[in-house]
Ligand binder design. Structure first.
Ligand code: NAD
Length: 280
């Protein structure tokens, strides 16, 4: 089995690593050659670290796992894959362009798995000629460590497609929770309200980012606070998602906090840029 991974950013990198670790052959496609090089080095590092410290059971050598991953800027390399897991930028125009392109390139029986925070699965499926084989797979970050995936059934997604995706996720050691398609699904429809309101709290000087996060961790027992989570996701991705939720529901409760927008405009994209609500 061969799996195509589109996008070599935060999520594409984790998805490619998780697939290769599970013995699958992977081709990673990104438009940015420098990003591909960075991701190749990043995955190799993660795998070396895992081999040294990760587990008491014997794990396969990093070099062997890396041998199963190809990196390319050519979408044409997706012609023979069984599944595409798309992790490109959270932007409608970007994703629409990709689906129009790969619908022509990929085999007819290839399944398209959309990794998106908020964009409607049904709407993206509609730009392809295979809506029954298009499904949402909202992976959690960091992908190799998270055991559960929020899977989204689009309007036309077939039961056969859902079963095939469940099997693939099973090979990756992951289980799924299946939900229906409305923008943001379950996880992000709720969590983006938390993260956005937490940013308003900091903007209004009610509390610092550390204090907001501590209330969630120490009082509610959450593993991470909303602003640490926003930094981990990427503030640019959070802002993109809020815009999608706002436009999709036409509901002002999703209006993006001006502080968040200002941070993104200033290049503070969270952990991946070295600076967000925290310094990395
Ligand atoms: P990112 O910004 O880190 O990476 C996106 C990558 O897509 C970039 O490397 C970019 O060069 C590439 N790209 C853009 N256009 C492309 C094209 N036409 N072909 C191939 N590659 C292209 O973003 P990310 O955080 O990895 O998020 C990717 C997707 O996963 C988004 O839809 C996001 O909402 C979703 N998601 C993110 C998280 C998270 O924690 N970051 C969690 C779950 C889902």
């Amino acid at each position: 089995m061969r799996v195509g991974v589109i996008g070599a950013g935060v999520m594409g990198s984790g998805v490619a690593q998780a697939l290769a670790q599970s013995g699958l052959s992977v081709v990673v496609v990104d438009i940015d050659q420098a990003k591909l090089e960075h991701t190749r080095a990043e995955i190799a590092n993660q795998l070396r670290f895992r081999a040294l410290f990760g587990s008491s059971e014997k794990v396969e050598a990093a070099e062997q796992i890396m041998g199963r991953i190809q990196f390319t800027t050519e979408h044409q390399m997706l012609a023979d894959v069984n599944f595409v897991i798309e992790n490109a930028t959270e932007n409608w125009e970007v994703k629409r362009g990709i689906y129009e392109l790969i619908d022509d390139i990929c085999r007819e029986d290839c399944i398209f798995m959309i990794n998106t925070s908020c964009i409607s699965i049904t709407k993206l499926a509609a730009v392809t000629s295979r809506a029954s084989q298009v499904i949402g797979t909202h992976f959690m970050n960091p992908v190799p460590l998270k055991k559960t995936v929020e899977v989204i059934r689009g309007y036309y997604t077939s039961d056969e497609c859902i079963r095939a995706v469940e099997e693939l996720l099973g090979l990756m050691g992951k289980e799924m929770i299946l939900v229906n398609d409305y923008p943001g699904f379950v996880s992000n429809r709720i969590s983006h309200l938390f993260m956005n309101e937490a940013a308003f709290v900091v903007q209004d000087q009610v509390a610092t980012a550390e204090e907001v996060d501590d209330i969630f961790k120490k009082c509610y027992g959450h593993a991470m606070g909303p602003l640490e989570t926003a930094d981990l996701i990427g503030l640019d991705t959070v802002v993109h998602s809020l815009h999608v939720l706002y436009e999709s529901y036409q509901d002002p409760k999703f209006r993006c906090c001006p502080l968040l927008q200002k941070m993104v405009d200033a290049g503070l994209h969270g952990k991946k840029s070295g600076q967000g609500f925290y310094t990395y």
